[in-house]
Ligand binder design. Structure first.
Ligand code: ATP
Length: 370
């Protein structure tokens, strides 16, 4: 089905990868990527996201389980017959060919006629703003322009799926932001299925229609960026997504005349108490008088004159309009986001308290959200 622009979803059913040395990099994952979706696979180094992408591409054999693209079982289909395009971090362009020739190369192999090739290249070059670079050789281009040529070379083939493995990681910060926007626009225009691998949670949050968070070869949560941020399923997702990361407080859940508190201890600064609103959270009641973990994002913590938690400010970071205040709490660094007018310095002893309705609760044993 060469050159067709038919779209397709991707379905992984109990897919595992065991490498020759016996290492299980992907552990029976189930993931249904909907037709036309921008799915981002994100997770720390070694979590198995590239292996998963490479199995979809056909560059890595699937040890067990089933991979479908559209309705077709793909396990034994050669990479070149899957009608997918893959863009890597190291976008190898042919150095001796012009940009135009680089983009035309795959289409000539597909034996498309010269007019069609020319039409596709000109269209795509215009969208990617590389139309004035077509006669140049890659070495005469900037990193960002080369990256666009690599993308263009993939787009002209009209694949039914785009697979991208950290395609922006070699670009400088400014270009990365630009290319991020361009990829989002490109996805909106093409409406093709994208699977995008990154370890950068900002890329995941800004680009994905859904995000698949992985750790140690398993999927920890698949959801929209909003849900991943507001309703993390577990401690790992809660801590991995969000910058600065969510703060975690360990303590006991106490009930006093129908009000609820986390009661904990912060080393030399002694006990602290956080009120929490859980009136409508039946599933939290079993934790009363038991250990629990509270998770609070830095933007949901306020300073207070009394009560709450007492701590010393380690360092403050001014980021233009906002300040990140770092504290030492229960042996870890905690962060409070505040506005630049707050007059807080390293060494100050302060008190903080979270917004009672912005607290996430986790089971300390299973690390699942409650
Ligand atoms: P990164 O962001 O660092 O690329 P990743 O999440 O993409 O990480 P993978 O490249 O999928 O991770 O690798 C997952 C695990 O499998 C890692 O622990 C890696 O060391 C291991 N691994 C990858 N390729 C092989 C191989 N050919 N043989 C054995 N183990 C491998």
């Amino acid at each position: 089905m060469v050159g067709g622009s038919k779209m397709a979803g991707i379905n992984l059913k109990n897919v595992s990868k065991v490498y020759d040395n016996g290492f299980e990099a992907v552990k029976s994952i189930n993931l249904n990527i909907v037709d036309g979706e921008f799915m981002v696979l994100v997770g720390p180094s070694g979590c198995g996201k590239s292996t998963t992408l490479r199995m979809i591409a056909g560059l890595e054999e699937i040890t067990s389980g089933e991979l479908y693209i559209g309705e077709e079982l793909m396990n034994k289909v050669d990479p070149q017959d899957r009608n997918i395009a893959m863009v890597f971090q190291n976008y190898a362009l042919y150095p001796h060919m012009t940009v135009y020739e680089n983009m035309a190369f795959g289409l000539k192999l597909q034996k498309l006629d010269r007019k069609e090739i020319d039409k596709r290249i000109k269209e795509v070059a215009a969208t990617l703003h590389i139309d004035s670079q077509l006669e140049k050789k890659p070495k005469a281009l900037s990193g960002g322009q080369r990256q666009r040529v690599a993308l263009g070379r993939a787009i002209v083939r009209h694949p039914r799926v785009f697979l991208m493995d950290e395609p922006l990681s070699n670009l400088d910060a400014k270009l990365r932001v630009q290319m991020r926007a361009e990829l989002i626009r490109m996805h909106n225009d093409l409406k093709t299925t994208f699977v995008y691998v990154t370890h950068d949670q900002t890329e995941a949050m800004t680009m994905g229609s859904r995000i698949c968070v992985m750790k140690d070869g398993i999927i920890k949560q698949v959801a929209t960026p909003e849900d991943i941020y507001n309703k993390p399923d577990n401690l790992f997702v809660a801590g991995f997504i969000g910058s600065p990361q969510m703060n975690f407080y360990k303590g006991t859940l106490v009930e006093e005349s129908e009000e609820y508190f986390l009661s904990g201890n912060n080393d030399e600064y002694g006990e602290f108490r956080f009120p929490v609103e859980i009136a409508d959270r039946e599933n939290v009641r079993p934790y009363i008088r038991k250990d629990i973990i509270f998770g609070v994002r830095p933007e949901h913590i306020k300073f207070t004159e009394e009560g709450g938690l007492k701590a010393q400010v380690l360092v403050t970071e001014l980021l233009g309009s906002e300040v990140h205040v770092h504290l030492h709490v229960q042996g870890e660094i905690h962060t409070v986001k505040t506005d630049a007018s707050a007059n807080i310095k390293a060494g100050d002893i302060i008190r903080v308290i979270p917004a009672p309705d912005k607290i996430h609760q986790f089971d300390p044993e299973t690390e699942s959200a409650i």
